[in-house]
Design a protein around this ligand. Structure first.
Ligand SMILES: [Fe+2]
Length: 278
């Protein structure tokens, strides 16, 4: 009896290990959320992707599949919120460029960088203090990097403003520069890798902030909901959150670090932005 219990326990642990390492990290979920925005005149569909983490631990097929799902959702725009890689030296540059190029050729695609894409934090981990490797990948792919800057774009026959800031941990965030040319009164989507930046960005005019960074917790304990999240404000770990009359959306991301996920599937986020009746 004791031996049966032992074997059963070992079998369950082995199955959970295999699931966490090989199944769930590749089990993409497409989520769809409706976000009312008062300054919007017409509906806009955006796909929000983040944390691709191109690396030996993340299959190129997973990234391909996330882009295929994004394009199939027929969005007006794709918005990428950083951590394209896990380190700036261990990713397949040619593959990532060809993948991003296919995405950007299908849908206008804009991006900001994350803490893994170079900068102060990467340097502290023994990687590069330069973000140039990823900047050149985006340039060659046709993905527009919002480098502490704003852009006015036409989406569904109306003007929408995108603002992107550099990453907090990378030491590249400069909100004053990002909003210097921003036009007031225009529906504004802010891209910021780390949701902890909301306090620094609070004084500026925006309707919706898109972030990643948390991976949704990546490994989330069932029932207890506990997970390790590398940020201060754990209220903003995943999903759509109201905050001070605006919205913050945190996607769980596509890739991962260390090749594992549990109870927290990789995510392709389709955001239906809709005019809100005043
Ligand atoms: Fe990440």
């Amino acid at each position: 009896m004791k031996r049966t219990l032992l074997y059963s326990s070992l079998a369950i642990i082995a199955c959970l290990g295999l699931y966490t390492r090989f199944w769930e990290p590749n089990w993409l979920e497409q989520t769809t959320r409706r976000i009312p925005i008062s300054r919007l005149a017409r509906p806009v569909r955006a796909v929000h992707l983040s944390d691709l983490h191109a690396s030996p631990e993340v299959s190129p097929d997973l990234i391909d599949e996330s882009f295929r799902m994004a394009i199939a959702a027929k969005p007006d725009v794709v918005l990428l919120t950083g951590d394209f890689v896990t380190t700036t030296t261990t990713f397949d540059r040619a593959t990532l460029i060809s993948q991003l190029k296919r995405l950007a050729q299908a849908v206008p695609t804009f991006a900001v960088l994350g803490n893994h894409d170079g900068g102060e934090w990467s340097l502290s981990c023994g990687d590069s203090d330069s973000t140039e490797a990823l900047r050149s990948v985006l340039r060659e792919s046709g993905v527009v990097l919002l480098d502490n800057e704003s852009r006015l774009i036409e989406l569904n026959s109306q003007t929408v403003q995108l603002v992107g800031v550099g990453d907090l941990w990378s030491g590249e965030i400069n909100p004053a520069r990002a909003f210097a040319q921003a036009k007031p009164g225009v529906p504004t989507i802010l891209l910021s890798h780390n949701p902890d930046t909301k306090a620094q960005l609070k004084r500026y005019e925006w309707d919706l902030m898109l972030s990643g960074h948390t991976h949704g917790g990546q490994v989330v304990m069932p029932i207890l909901g506990w997970s390790h999240v590398p940020m201060w404000d754990h209220r903003f770990t995943r999903g759509l959150n109201p905050w001070q009359g605006r919205w913050i959306h945190i996607t769980r991301g596509v890739g991962n670090v260390r090749g594992i996920r549990f109870n927290c599937r990789p995510e392709v986020s389709v955001l239906n932005l809709e005019p809100k009746a005043m």
